[in-house]
Design a protein around this ligand. Structure first.
Ligand code: ZN
Length: 231
């Protein structure tokens, strides 16, 4: 494991490229299709770079985008919100399924309440002692009524919450799409990264060989002056 990390540290550049644009005059052949392009991928340490058509960057067999923490947070947020929408939809479905039953119960309850009110009104004048009981009944009725309203409100709240959440999801998706459009960091497919590394080492070897050649050339004995003048 440690050896693998050491090997990575020995690599001249990481598989982490930034997209740059050059002017039309400076366009060069694409690394893949050889068409002229103004897009360039450059490693973070500027050690490797190559020209590439912008269209190849959206091909997963060539590269994958690298997003920042903010993007990952937004994606996490989106997944959590989507899960919450599923849960809300389930709760709303459940509420609607038992909604008709609640309506029947509510209707019976209200009918009983009206009857009782009439009865209370009738007895009011005749028996003052029953007022306390009536108040007690009224409190109980109010409590039941609140509970009924609360159940109704809960369904409304759920729908309202769902509506707000769906709008929120649209906003989050827009932010994510914007970030995808603006992203300028990419990771190459493993094979393409190897090609870039091989290309780098090949150039390094060529450079070394050239330096060695020049060094050896300097070591050659000087030609006699009369011959040197002839040249
Ligand atoms: Zn191309």
């Amino acid at each position: 494991m440690a050896a693998a990390v050491k090997d990575i540290n020995l690599l001249p550049f990481e598989n982490h490229y930034r997209l740059r644009k050059v002017s039309e005059i400076d366009c060069k052949a694409c690394f893949i299709c050889y068409k002229p392009t103004t897009s360039v991928l450059v490693t973070l340490n500027n050690t490797d770079f190559f020209y590439i058509c912008f269209s190849h960057l959206s091909d997963p067999s060539f590269s994958d985008p690298i997003y920042d923490d903010e993007y990952r947070d937004k994606m996490k947020e989106l997944n959590e919100k989507s899960d919450k929408v599923k849960l809300l939809n389930f709760r709303i479905k459940e509420k609607n399924r038992y909604g008709s039953w609640d309506k029947i119960m509510g209707f019976n309850y209200l009918t009983k309440k009206d009857d009782k009110n009439k009865k209370d009104d009738k007895n009011k004048k005749d028996n003052k002692d029953k007022d306390k009981d009536k108040d007690k009944d009224k409190d109980d009725k109010d409590k039941k009524e609140d509970k009924t309203d609360h159940r109704k409100k809960t369904l409304e709240d759920l729908e309202k919450e769902l509506n707000l959440l769906q709008k929120d999801i649209i906003n989050t998706e827009e932010i994510i799409q914007e970030k995808q459009k603006k992203n300028s960091f990419f990771k190459l497919n493993k094979d393409f990264y190897k090609i870039r590394l091989n290309n780098y080492f090949k150039k390094q070897n060529e450079k070394k060989n050239q330096q060695l050649y020049l060094k050896n050339l300097n070591k050659l004995p000087k030609l006699p002056d009369h011959l040197s003048n002839d040249l």
